[in-house]
Design a protein around this ligand. Structure first.
Ligand SMILES: *[C@@H]1O[C@H](CO)[C@@H](O)[C@H](O)[C@H]1NC(C)=O
Ligand SMILES: *[C@@H]1O[C@H](CO)[C@@H](O)[C@H](O)[C@H]1NC(C)=O
Length: 194
């Protein structure tokens, strides 16, 4: 009788533990983060789209953090339909989407690093996902620099040519004026009859 009682308790304990585990699993499973691509490469000045779709019980709180070997900083935190709070450094460059996705525009080389998104549901359970971004320097920037230099040189050449032309014109005028000054008698004789 005692043994049976003991056994029953045992089963009860196991059942409680099992339920608790199920509950924990359910809590952990309650949040899902789907993302088509976790590793992205973009060029300087381009935009990057950290695409993901969050599902959970109730309204999720989405928090993005940037991490590199040297720094870790908050990018923003938002709740679909409730609030969007983007850190001052990122206000002009970040676009927050309801499904948790984030667009970061006007990329710089320093944006290379890890982007961690933490999703918290209403019960306080949370889940993380990480994205890797590599920002490349672009060749066309050099080309742009070259074309700007060429344009500047072209303008300079045009200005010089204009200056030479003006000087030439001025010179011709001065020569003509001098010639006229050198022959005042002629002018005078010509003017006399009037
Ligand atoms: C998240 O939402 C954005 C904009 O509504 C959409 O372009 C993107 O495809 C979505 N991402 C996923 C993984 O569903
Ligand atoms: C937004 O972020 C700032 C700084 O991190 C904080 O002081 C403020 O309370 C936040 N606002 C909301 C609505 O989360």
């Amino acid at each position: 009788m005692l043994m049976l009682h003991y056994r029953l308790w045992d089963i009860h304990d196991v059942a409680v533990l099992f339920c608790f585990m199920l509950y924990m699993c359910h809590r952990a499973e309650a949040i899902t983060i789907q993302s088509p691509q976790r590793s992205l490469t973009q060029s300087v000045q381009e935009d990057v789209f950290f695409s993901m779709n969050v599902t959970c019980n109730g309204t999720p709180t989405i928090q993005w953090t940037f991490m590199s070997s040297t720094v870790s900083r908050a990018i923003g935190i938002w709740q679909p339909g409730a609030f969007i709070n983007i850190t001052a450094d990122y206000t002009s460059r970040v676009e927050a989407h309801d499904n948790g996705s984030m667009v970061l525009s006007d990329l710089r080389l320093q944006d290379t690093g890890y982007y961690v998104v933490t999703v918290t549901d209403k019960t306080g359970g949370s889940k993380d996902a990480g994205f890797v971004l590599k920002v490349n320097e672009v060749l066309y920037e050099d080309l742009q620099y070259l074309s700007v230099s060429a344009l500047a040189l072209g303008c300079l050449a045009a200005i010089l040519m204009l200056a030479i032309w003006l000087l030439d014109k001025a010179y011709t005028k001065i020569v003509a004026w001098r010639r006229r000054k050198e022959m005042p008698a002629n002018d005078a004789t010509e003017l006399q009859p009037l």
